[in-house]
Design a protein around this ligand. Structure first.
Ligand code: BGP
Length: 478
């Protein structure tokens, strides 16, 4: 068998994209709660105050808050032994700055974890998945404010203490490297104080983003160190949006361009979190871009002391980079790139590249030599019901199958250390980039639509039964 017998099989979600109940039981607004819906053609907007008669998809989402028992039972039926979810920071500290946590919020996650454990499902918890309290955006310009480090630590200490007997696997920040891109301004560094408008047009300050990233690195390292000291049973991971960038041609300029892109997009953040230090080229990069990263005494030491135990990443697509100006462009997760003539793309223009996953697993393992986990992967697609009223999503099965095959090769033929696989949006949920429901990833269909209508009922797709077989055969039957 390629995969170890304790391989973690499951699915991934984020609180803001599926819980709903955005203001229930004392929850405060997060940055995601201020985002409207959009589409592939029309970017979603963030609004500094909530506008009347406007749809904010996170507010109801798919209402996991009131459906968690049914949903977790469905995950168990598929055979999950792991479930990636996030804690909504604003359920625990509605503005981020309260002295005492909100008990109703804590109690909700107790129920969710208990339910998972009763089904022998190990929770894998993202501590911050695009859910910064909006109050901190208004007050500190999000993570640009150093104050957020202490507030994040306070939040982590509370959830570590409360859930120490229920949760073993933790990820500090979802796709922390999205802060290296302009789009990261909204959901990741949350450096969008006072801004109302399309998420693609936020006035960008590279200085603010990279300063915010430094604060996130310090915050992450501080809580990793704290957890290691107080809860030796915990395993803490980072989480990177891994975008494999190939040189567009073998022209040396393209090779250098691809190296540059791989460094900035993929390695800059994970070197800090795994190796405990900024890569050697960071200083030059800051200089060349006029960045002045403010650090306090002890920051570089804490980065060294708070390195993660395992490396996790999302993988959806790859792109090409190069100096050609006439090459066609393609969309992608967080960044766009040049079109690869050898690949097909999803309806949202994300290029489908299973072999790129094998390549990425090897690149990452070669660099870091710590266990890895693919915590997001999947095909966002429109699902139409067949004449029998069911969803026959063979396209999704094809996508997932081909990626699992490549994971297998990376393990079996190449020898990488892979702990598990949690494909994205195991149940249909709100898209992070567009706010749509129509961009579906799930094994479970949710009756909820872009205009906010739908009775929220859940149905099994063909991929549900397929994944059930994959898990029960530990990846042998694909
Ligand atoms: C990642 C995010 C997720 C998720 C996924 C799919 O970047 O971590 O939150 O949504 O991508 O993206 P989308 O929802 O935009 O299709």
């Amino acid at each position: 068998m390629a995969f170890s017998k304790d391989f973690l099989w499951g699915g991934a979600t984020a609180a803001n994209q599926f819980e709903g109940a955005w203001n229930v039981d004392g929850k405060g607004p997060s940055v995601s709660d201020m985002c409207t819906n959009g589409s592939h053609a029309t970017p979603k907007r963030i609004t500094a105050t909530l506008e009347p008669n406007t749809l904010y998809p996170s507010h109801e989402a798919i209402d996991f808050y009131h459906h968690y028992e049914e949903d977790i039972a469905l995950f168990a039926e598929m055979g999950f032994n792991c479930f990636r979810m996030s804690i909504n920071w604003t359920r625990i500290f509605p503005t981020g700055e309260e002295e005492t946590p909100n008990e109703a919020g804590l109690a909700f996650y107790d129920k969710v974890f208990d339910c998972c454990l009763s089904h022998h499902i190990e929770p894998l918890v993202t501590i911050s998945h695009y859910e910064m309290p909006y109050a901190l955006v208004e007050k500190y310009n999000g993570w640009e404010g150093r104050e957020c480090i202490a507030l994040f630590e306070k939040y982590c200490k509370v959830i570590f203490e409360r859930y120490q007997h229920k949760v073993k696997y933790w990820l500090t920040f979802n796709e922390i490297n999205s802060g290296t891109t302009k789009l990261g301004n909204v959901l990741s560094t949350s450096t969008v104080k006072g801004y109302t408008g399309p998420i693609t047009q936020v006035p960008d300050s590279m200085q603010a983003r990279y300063q915010a990233l430094h604060h996130q690195f310090v915050a992450s390292a501080r809580v990793v160190k704290y957890a290691h000291e107080h809860y030796p049973q915990f395993k803490l991971g980072n989480m990177i949006c891994f975008i494999t960038s190939y040189p567009y041609t073998c022209r040396p300029e393209d090779i250098l361009e691809a190296q540059h892109q791989m460094r900035n997009m993929n390695w800059y953040c994970s070197d800090v979190q795994v190796r405990g230090e900024y890569p050697y080229y960071a200083k030059k990069f800051w200089e060349q871009n006029g960045l002045n990263i403010r650090m306090e005494p002890g920051d570089l030491e804490i980065l060294k002391e708070g390195t993660v135990d395992f490396y996790t990443f999302s993988y959806y697509m790859s792109n090409c980079v190069g100096v050609a100006t006439d090459a066609a462009e393609t969309d992608g997760n967080i960044i766009s790139g040049l079109k690869n003539p050898y690949l097909e793309a999803s309806d949202w223009g994300w290029q489908i590249d299973p072999k790129g996953l094998r390549y990425s697993l090897n690149e990452i393992y070669d660099r870091y030599r710590i266990p890895m986990m693919v915590v997001e992967n999947g095909l966002g697609a429109k699902d139409e019901k067949g004449p029998d009223g069911k969803i026959h999503d063979s396209y999704r099965i094809d996508y997932l199958r081909s990626h699992i095959q490549q994971m297998k090769l990376a393990v079996e033929e190449d020898g990488v250390d892979l702990m598990g696989y949690t494909p994205w949006g195991c149940i249909d949920l709100v898209s992070a980039s567009t706010g749509e429901m129509a961009k579906r990833y799930g094994f479970i269909y949710v009756n909820k639509f872009d205009d906010g209508t739908g009775d929220l009922s859940r149905e099994r797709k063909d991929s549900f039964y397929w994944y059930q077989k994959v898990i029960s055969s530990n990846g042998e039957e694909l």
